[in-house]
Design a protein around this ligand. Structure first.
Ligand SMILES: NC(=O)c1ccc[n+]([C@@H]2O[C@H](COP(=O)([O-])OP(=O)(O)OC[C@H]3O[C@@H](n4cnc5c(N)ncnc54)[C@H](OP(=O)(O)O)[C@@H]3O)[C@@H](O)[C@H]2O)c1
Length: 343
């Protein structure tokens, strides 16, 4: 701890998630004495504005990582695999946004509104869930507590910002070409054209698997966070030409009866959830409304006509906020509140 606050490292500080983390640390008044931004060698020396001051990007090195109390990391799985143990060794607690550590048994996978108590058992690394899992479990938690969950059937409609800055550029470049009647540039980030299209593939297919890694994350992370390995999950993750905000159609089969009215009541009272559910008036959650907000928005709450013990929900959230940066900063705050940093 430096001065009267913490020394906070932000790894991937120039990326979409890292930029949002910096913004939230300032907006939410995280008790930081100093914020140290890390990015690739390409960005070393680049000046960023933080909370009215100029901070300068550094490369990760044995010297540059010393003396940090907490590190909020979002620079990709390979970088996390290499540098997170070194950051922990140097004394920091790391909240990691990549998929690398999430399913490790000794790494808690935590959503602030769902299982904050899991932080207490950390060994230096805390994992932030995948964006599509995050928003879904915030909406499921009050229903799970009331009625249990037997099975989920989930279809996602995921925004391109979930893939990082280069994916937004790819969508914009292709869309501009289509609108100008020019040849569409070859895709580089996605396997097929994303502009004016829908891809039945979010993530990639690991060898020998007929599900994408994104679908496997949704299945495995949901069970770990809710602490119930018996929940059956069917997932189809789809990429759509939306810049910000993932949408999800979620069919929830509960263990005990649960009416749509009671579900609406539980969701309206749940932390981090806003119910928007007046479809006849054209009111339901939309990605463009969720953009820049921290809540998870839930609507279209209704009985599944094919299953008396299932409900259908439409769940939308800003993937860069609650799906990534907001939860990361909430976990940093919770680590401070619970006295779980190494001091
Ligand atoms: N986007 C989302 O909705 C979302 C949600 C949850 C989790 N995540 C995860 O968060 C991570 C970052 O996502 P993003 O969307 O922010 O990606 P992004 O916009 O592409 O940013 C990547 C960041 O990583 C930095 N970086 C690259 N190589 C590095 C290195 N060798 N050392 C240090 N920093 C390095 C980049 O720095 P330069 O600017 O110098 O290249 C940049 O700051 C990914 O693992 C992603 O899976 C993303």
């Amino acid at each position: 701890m430096a001065g009267d606050g913490y020394r906070v490292g932000v790894v991937g500080a120039t990326g979409l998630v890292g930029t949002t983390i910096l913004e939230l640390l300032a907006d939410r008044g995280f008790p930081a004495a100093e914020v140290v931004p890390f990015a690739s060698a390409r960005s070393a020396g680049r000046e960023l504005e933080w909370n009215g001051a100029t901070i300068v990007c550094r490369e990760l090195s044995e010297e540059s990582i010393q003396g940090l109390d907490i590190v909020l990391s979002s620079a990709g799985g390979a970088i996390s695999a290499e540098w997170t143990p070194r950051l922990v060794e140097a004394g920091a607690v790391v909240v990691d946004n990549t998929s690398h550590w999430r399913m490790h048994d000794d790494v808690p996978l935590v959503v602030a509104e769902v299982n904050p108590e899991a932080l207490d058992g950390h060994h230096g690394i805390v994992a932030n869930p995948n964006c599509s899992t995050m928003q879904m479990v915030v909406a499921l938690k009050p229903l799970f507590d009331e009625a249990g969950i037997e099975r989920l059937v989930v279809s996602t409609y995921q925004a391109v910002s979930g893939t990082g800055k280069a994916a937004i550029d790819e969508l914009m470049g292709q869309a501009a070409a289509v609108l100008r009647g020019q040849p569409v540039p070859e895709p580089a980030i996605y396997p097929r054209q994303i502009a004016f299209n829908v891809l039945a593939q979010a993530g990639s297919f690991p060898a020998g698997d007929d599900h994408t890694d994104e679908e496997r994350k949704l299945i495995n992370e949901t069970r770990k966070i809710l602490g119930d390995q018996s929940i059956r999950v069917s997932a189809t993750c789809v990429r759509v030409p939306v810049v910000s905000g993932h949408s999800e159609a979620v069919n929830v089969e509960t263990s005990r009866p649960l009416s749509p009215e009671r579900a609406r009541e539980l969701l309206a009272a749940a932390p981090g959830v806003t119910v928007v559910d007046d479809p006849a008036a054209g009111l339901y959650p939309m990605a463009i409304d969720a953009a820049g907000k921290d809540d998870v928005f839930v609507g279209r709450i209704r009985r599944d006509p094919g299953n008396e013990q299932a409900l259908d929900l439409w769940v939308v959230s800003d993937n860069l906020r609650k799906g990534a940066a907001t939860n990361t900063v909430q976990l940093a705050e919770a680590l401070v509140e619970r006295g779980l940093l190494n001091r």
